[in-house]
Design a protein around this ligand. Sequence first.
Ligand code: PHE
Length: 329
Amino acid sequence: MENQINNVVNQFEQDLKEVKDLKQLEEIRIKFFSRNGLFAKLFDDFKKLPKEEKPKYGQLLNSVKKESQQKFDELKKKLSGQAQKYEKFIDLSLPGRKHTIGSKHILIQTIEEISDIFKGLGFSIYVGPELESDANNFEALNFPDDHPARDMQDTFFVNENFLLRTHTSPVQIRLMKEKQPPIRAIMPGKVYRNEAISAKSYCLFHQIEGLYVDTDVTFAELKGTLVYFAKMLFGENVKYRFRSSFFPFTEPSAEVDIWWQPKGKEGRWLEILGCGMVDPNVLENVGIDSEKYTGYAFGMGVERMAMLKYGINDIRVFFDNDFRFLSQF
Ligand code: PHE
């Protein structure tokens, strides 16, 4: 009899250890404590014992059953508490939690929009590195050493010969060194300038460079292309002007302004890009025959375009990563 009792108790303890939820606990209750359960069976067997053994086993049986029942009750209490907590946790009447989905940064969207316009005109896309040699960023673009035009672009030098590119024009050089004309590509990317940070200028911004080199490329084509571009980006009625300018790597050179008319404020001309005919010196520097080929180039600031298009008046917001700004686009 003692063995039987011990067996049941051991089995009970073993089973109880494995219980993970109330459903499993209920199975244990049926197995051990129900009318046909293992404890009831022990009592049946107990009844069949000879009289003189009854007091001894009666006590033992009662006390182990009581103990087991207590352990069972404790676990039941614990598991129901957990279940209640869990029920509280999934309150189905609460509004769902919203997961915000990321989107492309407005600058990337603007680069894509501008790229699409030029892709439609047969331009391909080409990119170069942000860490550039002085030779590509200045020298090959006809900025001789000590040329005052170098001061137009405050440069972050890495060492004597390398720098963070101040414009995307060195990508023109890379492309022309790699490939003979015809060349027709745009070159988007980040550029860096060591300027005081303000609402108007930041140490980092984006440019899109354009280059077309072939036989008989003319300024008229440059003009037609840029006017088409301005209309596509700012609308058919955009007011524009070409103003003569200077860049060491183009001759003649021009800047394009568009008329900017904010609501309720005075309008004004705003520069959107620089352009010109590729200087024959630049073509010679990269080994392209300047007697045979001519080319045009242009370069624009992406932030400037986005600011005009969306009425943003502080360049720094592009780089703050403030969700309230970013999620508007
Ligand atoms: N690289 C010039 C700048 O950053 C822009 C430019 C590009 C002008 C190509 C003419 C031709 O100011």
